[in-house]
Design a protein around this ligand. Structure first.
Ligand code: ADE
Length: 245
């Protein structure tokens, strides 16, 4: 999968994309990340990329021409790509969006800066994505979040097992609690059922804990999760007995 990233600050991407799983995925050719500097597509001696907003107001706006020229150059004669603009005004990034994006062979990601981009840039954008209801200084960190979340869905990137069905959000719920050795730590023990070797009991415990955790922490997810009758029964029981988490 190819990620083409259009940014004023390509250096912000280097280290996060060289380390760990993403670094290895790049080395192995499972993902390709190309960084393009918007300034390279700006004209004039000073290669200006921003300007004052028409109508007045605070801050600077990214000019349309450098971004449009950059997009044109990136798209020219290459396989089709989905063009994404990172902006707090976009669709919230969720696991289902991540899964959908991972099906594309190529994503072109535009990182906005300053107070935003000239509205006319949106003419070439297929999709706008926000990573949350807060404002960052620019789209770069948000683009890194998209690349990371999408890359781990690509077969082979996470090793043989791939992304887990049990991951938080993969079935619309938060993940169940996880433990490793030691069996007792700081006076707290691992739940007995996990040591029992009874796979069915373990599965049931995990489902119950996932439901409990989601209901307590993110009740908004429960309504969208598409629960089975059995899940609903467990949930009703949990609601009846107010446990702690
Ligand atoms: N740029 C600035 N804030 C952002 C956000 N929350 N999501 C995506 N891009 C952004």
């Amino acid at each position: 999968m190819i990620f083409d990233i259009l940014t004023l600050f390509p250096e912000m991407f280097r280290s996060p994309l060289e380390e760990s799983i993403l670094g290895k995925a790049r080395e192995e050719g499972k993902i390709t990340i190309n960084l393009f500097n918007i300034r390279d597509y700006a004209e004039g001696k000073h290669r200006v990329t921003d300007d004052y907003p028409y109508g007045g107001g605070k801050g600077m706006i990214m000019k349309p021409e450098p971004i449009m020229r950059g997009i044109e150059a990136i798209l020219a004669g290459k396989p089709v790509a989905r063009v994404i603009l990172m902006t707090p005004q976009g669709d919230p990034l969720r696991q289902e969006v991540v899964r959908r994006l991972a099906r594309h062979a190529r994503l072109v990601i535009i990182c906005g800066r300053y107070e935003g981009v000239d509205e006319r840039v949106r003419a070439v954008v297929d999709e706008e994505i926000s990573i949350g209801d807060y404002v960052l200084t620019g789209g770069e960190l948000a683009a890194l979040v998209v690349v990371d979340a999408v890359a781990r869905m690509i077969p082979g990137v996470l090793g043989d097992e791939g992304a887990s069905e049990d991951d938080s959000f993969s079935q619309g719920l938060l993940e169940y609690p996880q433990y490793t050795r030691p069996r007792e730590f700081a006076g707290r023990t691992v739940p007995e059922v996990l040591l029992s070797g009874d796979h069915q009991a373990i599965e049931q415990w995990r489902r119950e804990e996932a439901l409990r955790r989601t209901w307590k922490r993110r009740p908004d997810l429960i309504s969208r999760a598409g629960l089975s009758d059995e899940d609903q029964r467990i949930l009703d029981k949990l609601k009846g007995s107010s446990g702690t988490d």
